[in-house]
Design a protein around this ligand. Structure first.
Ligand code: DAT
Ligand code: MG
Length: 140
């Protein structure tokens, strides 16, 4: 077991739907600690850095546009193996396929034409977490 930090975003769809508290509740119920939290409408520049690995993919432009469409809640969480653990809480990328019990499985809507709307982001590795925390919380 390793104490880790992960970067979580409640995306604009989750924020708009009033699900920020529900996501934070699940994080805390799991035993993870909130280290930093900020509500902001992301800049294009921050989103381009955050999603650099997806640049050039067909969903990149709609994703960046959607993520800049309104406020998000950016959160740094901390806990034992919380990077993998939060990915597990979040569930599969596509809410239709995400297991019941997970955030996307319980709360996510059918992707339809809005494929990028899956409520939350969570870092996928220690390297990504460090890089992403640097983007959203440069002072940490
Ligand atoms: P995750 O958010 O589960 O880590 P990812 O990093 O592969 O997934 O993709 C980032 C986001 O981009 C994802 O949350 C939703 C969107 N996305 C991923 N794959 C997609 C696809 N095939 N079509 C449309 N949007 C997609
Ligand atoms: Mg990802």
């Amino acid at each position: 077991m390793t104490t880790e930090r992960s970067l979580v975003l409640v995306k604009p769809d989750g924020f708009r739907r009033g699900l920020t508290g529900e996501v934070l509740r699940r994080i805390e119920a799991k035993g993870y600690t909130l280290v930093a939290l900020s509500v902001l409408t992301p800049t294009r520049e921050a989103l381009e850095r955050h999603y650099a690995e997806h640049e050039g993919k067909p969903f990149y432009e709609p994703l960046v546009e959607f993520m800049g469409s309104g406020p998000v809640t950016a959160v740094v969480i901390e806990g034992d193996d919380c990077i993998k653990g939060f990915r597990s809480l979040a569930g599969a990328t596509n809410p239709t396929e995400a297991a019941p019990g997970s955030i996307r499985g319980d709360l996510g809507r059918d992707w339809g034409l809005k494929v990028q709307q899956n409520i939350v982001h969570g870092s996928d590795s220690p390297e990504s977490a460090q890089r992403e925390i640097g983007i959203w919380f440069p002072s940490l």
